[in-house]
Design a protein around this ligand. Structure first.
Ligand code: TLP
Length: 340
């Protein structure tokens, strides 16, 4: 099976399996797991921030960040297509008691400074006040868009002028940085907290990291415990996570493979595919049913996810070679033919 459903499907390498077995461990809730401590230190240094917190998933990292930054009843300004409000089970309402004030960031994938100012609500007798701006880079649902550092800074500066903190969902932060040739510390300098995932294109089996100031991370550490994310001998998964950080520069291969995939699919009748910035390819089907195409491709050994009746998402990653991409295009062509 050529599995293009997500970059979350990568299997740990032999070196990662060895690192899990050989990791020096302790009880991380007591903060004495040396491997977790090393991963947190490396993550904070990489992003030029003070501290970091290892969390089991991107969802937990985002939700802990929202809870850490906000008070109950406050508003969260966010793009309507952002993962934190679209794909995390309504967690901002459920876990933080926050209501989302959604804006349509459009293809640029980041709210403009004007949108941030217009969405802002000052606290008053009748209004809860805006507690947080949440950004996403790369932007998953908008097609893996890599948002340039200046646009992140413009939105963040507009929020800070209003005394609103900023969280960046950087589940695929390194994809954005590699695509734009931007140092990660420069990309995140304007925001207050960042979540990045080790378990997507970087290939770790489990884990994400939440990064920010010492004060932010101390509060987040308590909330991680509250949310059930206080892990014990977590060096077993932090060890592979440290190795995952060595996979940053190879993300460029995934991006090149995604461009090749998009070009191949674009040549097929009835399919249209914009050129991807990173490793996420969005496919529009003209007159063909996307769930039908997903099923027909699945029968031919290519897995991807239909998003709705006429669009689908395909991801390239560590376990997909250029030859796999070429083969996938052939099989999807056959699948599309079978439906015509
Ligand atoms: N995204 C998954 C699915 O949930 C859609 C995927 O296959 O892409 N932020 C962003 C931008 C994400 O894309 C994801 C995962 C998360 C956060 C959550 O990470 P996990 O899956 O580790 O909870």
């Amino acid at each position: 099976m050529i599995d293009l459903r997500s970059d979350t499907v990568t299997r740990p390498s032999d070196a990662m399996r060895d690192a899990a077995r050989d990791a020096e461990v302790g009880d991380d809730v007591y903060r004495d797991d040396p491997t977790v401590n090393e991963l947190e230190r490396r993550a904070a240094d990489l992003l030029g921030m003070e501290a970091a917190l290892f969390v089991p998933s991107g969802t937990m990292g985002n939700q802990v960040a929202v809870r850490t930054h906000t008070d109950r009843g406050q508003e969260l300004v966010v793009d309507e297509q952002a993962h934190v409000v679209k794909w995390e089970l309504g967690g901002v309402a459920d876990l933080s008691g926050v209501q989302a004030r959604m804006v349509d960031a459009g293809p640029s994938a980041v709210p403009s400074p004007e949108q941030v100012r217009d969405a802002y609500v000052a606290e008053s007798l009748h209004r809860p006040g805006t507690g947080l701006l949440c950004l996403e880079n790369t932007h998953n649902s908008r097609g893996g868009v890599a948002v340039p550092a200046e646009r992140i800074a413009a939105a963040a500066d507009a929020a800070h002028d209003l005394d609103v903190p900023v969280h960046l969902d950087g589940a695929r932060l390194f994809n954005a940085c590699v695509a734009l040739d931007t140092d990660p510390s420069e990309m995140v300098a304007p925001v207050d907290s960042v979540l990045f995932c080790l378990s997507k294109g970087l290939g770790a089996p489990v884990g994400s990291v939440l990064v920010g100031s010492e004060v932010f991370v101390e509060r987040a550490r308590r909330l991680r415990k509250l949310f059930g994310g206080g892990m014990r001998q977590a060096g077993m998964i932090a060890g592979p996570g440290l190795l995952a950080l060595e996979n940053v520069s190879r993300l460029a291969e995934d991006h090149a493979n995604a461009r090749a995939l998009a070009t191949g699919l674009n040549d097929l009748p009835g399919l249209s595919v914009p050129e991807p910035d990173t490793n996420i390819v969005l496919l529009s089907t003209d007159g063909l049913s996307a769930p039908g195409l997903e099923a027909a491709a699945g029968e031919r050994g290519v897995a991807f996810n239909a998003r709705d009746a006429t669009s689908a998402r395909l991801c390239t990653h560590l376990d997909v070679s250029r030859a796999d991409v070429e083969e996938a295009v052939q099989r999807i062509a056959a699948a599309a033919d079978s439906l015509a």
